[in-house]
Design a protein around this ligand. Structure first.
Ligand code: KIV
Ligand code: ZN
Length: 385
């Protein structure tokens, strides 16, 4: 079974979500929880972006020992020096350098030729590898880049000292088939590729980040990058909780696993949501509050007989105590009777029928029937002659 390294960028790409700003203590709290979750690498920030970011990366690099800590850097000496200042205290200093390789980015953003990009990439990786133990190099906008140029530049940066190569789908443009094919192409055409780890980094602009990342794994990715709760620039990044659980549940097809402690996922999700202020939609895969809630009578009946009828993930797997049978207008008698019993009421069959009818009438007017609603109905029936 292949072991996939998990590179968490909640504190960098995740913090780039519109409206999110974490202070030092909040970042430390999240970093400690990511360490408990057992992520391999924490991208703690972008040291050259601000003094605040530099200080947070430095504190996290000094405090966290169970995960490797890294920081983002553009391909220039100033940024690399700032990253060194922040990361030199970590056990094995690790830097993440990026430079765009697509015609759109090179022409309009960088205003550089391909030769200049190649030279800048090589020089920056050489400079960084004099200090850092691990140098990750990312071809920003790899998915809209010329793949023959990618082959050339990747070969050169590996010779210059890169230890991890990342192929980001910066704008969430590719389909799963295309992203998988890109990994295969790079594996087959870069002669020294086996000297490094190959990493996948996807954005969710077309809703394909999770599928794309899984396709990359099927095609040789050694590392996956993403965030908790799938937060990040624009439509966000790959949700690491989705990747880790998909690999676990569908081990039969992926034959790969992460080292994450899956039962820390829900706690991590709650913490990130609380500190970023980004609420998790109820129907979010794996960590949404409805992920283990059953509303319809048919589903509730099935789950009461055998959980696996409608649950492919057990709530305990991700650290949720139990599933929830929600009482709403689609709920059936079976779940209703069980809830009545749990609430300590013993009613005759006739009274139970009447209470069920009252509950259904109310459920037509309300989305969810709370315990207080139910209590009022049951008290009325119990006390009635
Ligand atoms: O999406 C992206 O291209 C990035 C890079 C900095 C790796 O986040
Ligand atoms: Zn990104």
């Amino acid at each position: 079974m292949a072991k996939i390294d998990v590179f968490d960028t909640t504190l960098r790409d995740g913090e780039q979500s519109a409206g999110v700003n974490l202070n030092l203590l909040e970042k430390m709290e999240i970093a400690y929880q990511l360490e408990r979750l057992n992520v391999d690498i924490i991208e703690a920030g972008f040291p050259a972006a601000s003094n605040g970011d530099l200080q947070s990366v430095k504190r996290i690099a000094e405090a966290v020992k169970g995960s490797s800590v890294t920081g983002l850097s553009r391909a220039n000496q100033n940024d690399i020096d700032a990253a060194w200042e922040a990361l030199k205290g970590s056990v094995e200093p690790r830097i993440h350098i990026f430079l765009a390789t697509s015609p759109i980015h090179m022409t309009y953003k960088l205003k550089m030729t391909t030769d200049q990009v190649l030279e800048t990439a090589v020089e920056s990786v050489k400079y960084a590898s004099e200090k850092f133990t691990h140098v990750q190099w990312s071809a920003e906008d790899a998915c809209r880049s010329d793949k023959h140029f990618l082959v050339k530049i990747i070969k050169e940066v590996i010779d210059a000292g890169a230890t991890v190569i990342n192929l980001p789908d910066t704008v969430g443009y590719m389909s799963p088939e295309e992203y998988g094919a890109l990994f295969r192409f790079i594996k087959e055409n870069v002669p020294n590729i086996n000297r490094v780890k190959l990493s996948a980094h996807c954005h969710n602009d077309l809703g394909m980040a999770t599928s794309n990342t899984l396709k990359a794994i099927e095609n040789g990715a050694d590392q996956v990058e993403g965030t908790i709760n799938a937060i990040g620039e624009r439509a966000g990044n790959t949700g690491l909780e989705e990747i880790a659980v998909a690999l676990h549940i569908r081990e039969d097809i992926y034959r790969a696993k992460t080292g994450l402690k899956l039962d820390e996922l829900k706690r991590t999700s709650n913490l990130v949501s609380k500190l970023t202020g980004m609420s998790v939609p109820g129907n979010k895969a794996v960590v949404g509050n409805n992920a283990f809630a059953h509303e319809s009578g048919i589903h509730q009946d099935g789950v009461l007989k055998e959980k696996t009828t409608y649950e492919i993930i057990s709530p305990e797997l991700i650290g949720v105590q139990t599933n929830r049978l929600v009482l709403g207008k689609h709920s059936g008698r079976h779940a209703f009777r069980m809830r009545v019993k749990e609430m300590g009421f013993e009613l005759t069959d006739q009274k139970l029928n009447d209470a069920f009818k009252m509950f259904k009438d109310l459920a037509d007017k309300k989305k969810e029937i709370s315990d207080e609603d139910l209590f009022a109905i049951l008290m009325e029936k119990q006390t009635e002659a």
